[in-house]
Design a protein around this ligand. Structure first.
Ligand code: MG
Length: 477
């Protein structure tokens, strides 16, 4: 029978007790084997607005990313890996809870992300990956952009993280410059945005000095690794970059042929290299899973060359075309992961379930978890259990991928003042394996595939309980 937990505290208490009971006899009888089966450390590096085509290993001709390229060659490079939403807040709710943001109320069609005047945040009843890993004794850190609620009750330290260092929302918020858009973003200065930098629950710098954020986040990550090298640790490193306004530190400015955007990505790459080197130096690499991906597609639709590239994919940030939601994704764990390029389907929500399975942590069973276990693919023992992707824009389902086919019920440009929603009946249908750029509608040739996808939608909607909307709550003045 399914046990229903009234809150995440109940879940965590029960999960924790379960561990206490099961661990004691093991310690008494087979302490050697426990020592052998050390829990793996986990590092998730989550970029902001990095596109599918922005890394060397994903085909970018002028951005140099030798560290990420090597990481991919030593591990797995996924080519059909998706996020839970095409903008920041819902995408982050998805990766940390393993659930579609519609279930937690962390998406909205009116206010697509949280803002400094938002009163909502990730509900207390949601269970984050950090909270689940705490039940297994992990030390946990959130370093970087949070964007799941900036009020004290929603901060990372209230969501399972022992340590927090970063900015609570996007780096283009708290705009105090009053300068024209073009001038502000094309020649950015850190003082134009009064964004706070926080440590745990305190603001330690305001405005956050943005040119050094990528390096300082990495310094904090390395410090946390070194301080916890004898415990299992989980670090969620959510880079502020390459979200506009773009900032690179002095050593990286004017370095890339791709301009400022390239400078910023090359700095991220160099700092990924520092983290992997630290793991190697401390002899932790064979016991640490590192995952690199991004929260949504590139913002070129609005910011032109200041936004990244979705490569051969259509659209970008904000849209439910592939460019908005398919991301580069690299899994690295030397000696464990079967090297190669993976064309199976995966999602950031699967990271939650996969890590629970890897660590033996209890997966919440009182709610729908959308993540699936990707271990068969990571270890080369079988295909991905994921066959379906739901593309929500705000609270509305715009498209569904099933196998190689994707049906669009609605399309809409990611951004733009005069954009219009287009309804498609019959839905547009693309074969993403043969037509990754979504150019050739084959709906007329395949009514049976559309019927099958509609059946999948019906089943999905029948079980869907929509969470109380968190993004439309505004602080009363
Ligand atoms: Mg983003």
């Amino acid at each position: 029978m399914q046990k229903v937990f009234s809150s995440r505290r109940d879940f965590l208490r029960t999960a924790g007790l379960g561990i206490a009971y099961t661990m004691v006899p093991q310690f008494l009888t087979c302490s050697k084997s426990i020592r052998k089966e050390k829990l793996p450390n986990i590092i998730i590096i989550f970029c902001d607005d990095l596109g599918y085509g922005d890394l060397g290993i994903y085909g970018h001709p002028t951005i140099k990313t030798p560290n990420l390229d090597r990481m991919a060659l030593e591990g797995q490079k996924w080519t059909n890996f998706y996020v839970a939403a095409s903008v920041c807040t819902p995408s982050r709710a998805g990766i940390l809870t393993g659930r579609l943001p519609i279930r937690s109320g962390m998406c909205s069609s009116k206010r697509r992300v949280l803002f400094p005047d938002s009163a909502g945040g990730l509900p207390e009843s949601e269970i984050t990956l950090a909270e689940v890993l705490k039940t297994k004794g992990y030390k946990t850190a959130c370093i970087g952009k949070w964007h799941l609620g900036h009020l004290p009750r929603y901060l990372p330290t209230k969501n399972g993280f022992d340590y927090y260092f970063g900015i609570p929302y996007s780096n283009d918020m708290d705009d105090v410059s009053k300068l024209p858009w073009k001038q502000k973003f094309w020649n950015p200065k850190t003082e134009y945005w009064n964004v706070p930098l926080m440590q745990n629950e305190k603001v330690i710098e305001r405005p956050a000095e943005q040119t050094s954020l990528t390096k300082r986040y990495t310094d904090e990550t390395i410090k946390f690794i070194k301080n916890n090298k004898n415990n299992p640790f989980f670090i969620y490193l959510a880079h502020t970059m390459p979200h506009v306004p773009l900032f690179a530190s002095k050593n990286f400015q004017n370095r890339s042929l791709r301009g400022l955007y390239g400078d910023v990505v090359e700095e991220i790459d160099w700092n990924v290299g520092r983290i992997l080197r630290t793991l190697n130096d401390l002899k932790l690499s064979s016991n640490t899973l590192v995952i690199f991906t991004s929260d949504n597609g590139p913002w070129w639709l609005t910011y032109k060359e200041l936004g990244g590239s979705a490569g051969l994919l259509r659209g970008g940030k904000g849209s439910t075309w592939e460019g908005g939601m398919r991301e580069p994704a690299i899994f690295w764990w030397p000696g464990h992961i079967k090297k190669g390029t993976i064309t199976d389907i995966g999602s950031t929500m699967d990271i939650f379930t996969t890590i629970c399975k890897l660590t033996g942590a209890k997966i919440p069973d009182d709610r729908i978890i959308d993540g699936v276990d990707l271990r068969p693919v990571l270890f080369g023992t079988g295909p991905s259990p994921r066959k379906t992707i739901f593309y929500y824009r705000g609270t509305k389902l715009y498209a569904v991928r099933k196998g190689s086919y994707k049906a669009h019920f609605f399309t809409e440009p990611g951004y733009g003042k005069n954009r219009k929603v287009k309804k498609h009946n019959p839905p547009l249908l693309f074969n993403l394996e043969q037509d990754p750029s979504e150019r050739f509608d084959i709906s007329k040739e395949h009514p049976e595939i559309i019927a099958d996808i509609l059946e999948t939608v019906k089943k999905h909607k029948a079980k869907l309980v929509i969470g109380e909307n968190q993004l439309e709550k505004i602080i009363k003045k």
